[in-house]
Design a binder for this molecule. Sequence first.
Ligand SMILES: *Cc1c(COP(=O)(O)O)cnc(C)c1O
Length: 337
Amino acid sequence: MDNEVVVDLRSDTLTRPTPGMRAAMAAADVGDDVYGEDPTVNALEAEIATLFGHEAALFVPTGTMGNQICLRLLAGPGEEILADADAHIVTYEHGAAAALFGIQTRTVVSPRGLFDTDDLLAQVREGDWHTMGTNAVAVENTHNRGGGAIQPLAELTRLSAELQDRGVALHIDGARIWNAAIATGTKLSTYGQLADTLSVCLSKGLGAPVGSVILASAERIAAGRILRKRLGGGMRQVGILAAAGRYALAHHIDRLADDHARAQYLAGRLEVPADEVQTNIVRLDGVDAAGLAKAAAEQGVLISQVASDRIRLLTHLDVDDAGVRHAGDVLAELLGR
Ligand SMILES: *Cc1c(COP(=O)(O)O)cnc(C)c1O
């Protein structure tokens, strides 16, 4: 047993800023972003808006705040959002849409978080004097609890068009949309044009220490700026963090392909069907999650328990080939594979 090696596969949020990223942060030109005067934040917002083909963007501290601002832009108190039952907004945001904004969330169960367009559309209701109507649908791409599954572009495109016909908005929780884009060769602007609002994370696979960005029309982003202030997310010389985001856009998008290849390596080693691993997440189902996590930790491999019988492994910027090989050896032995 080698106690010196620690391979941390619990999350892709665990990455630490690289020397190049730290240098960019130290050199950042800054101003007060609450006044709209931080040039680095303004540059990041403009750059991301262009990448996704949206009119405007807004830098926010976390993906959770980004999602919640977007949901509030699409629905108000006593209005309804339809989402996947395993979505981040349902599972990991502590009921924020209900607690903060009085939004009702109705959920649809879908295997690996991948919606069936017809099933989802069948749940979209037109409101009247008697019936609660659906204001917006939220879709996660890639799907976190679904094991990094990618929503097929053809289905997303059809969903977007059908919703538009019904006057129902579409939000994409794109915390890991970068991974979907790299894995499928889809342009970010192609995803962008399908959604009324998107939230994207800089602090997952892209390796920035903090930060997410929301995208929408200029009018919605202006309203979103007020919501961000209300939630306490108006920050001052935050160009220091936006600089990390800009560095990540320039240097850390294409390399996501390495994370995907390493996830495939782990899938092969651990006998997980290759088609269940589409991006940087490997799901181990039907295992004694607590026992496995404890035994692996003793050999320097940190993994996440997401259910009593499910483990999640994530590859990221701070895990190299030697790291995944070590993790593969340790886990394969513990699992008898
Ligand atoms: C990580 C994540 C978020 C945002 O999380 P924060 O920790 O609030 O930044 C949102 N959606 C998904 C799918 C995520 O994985």
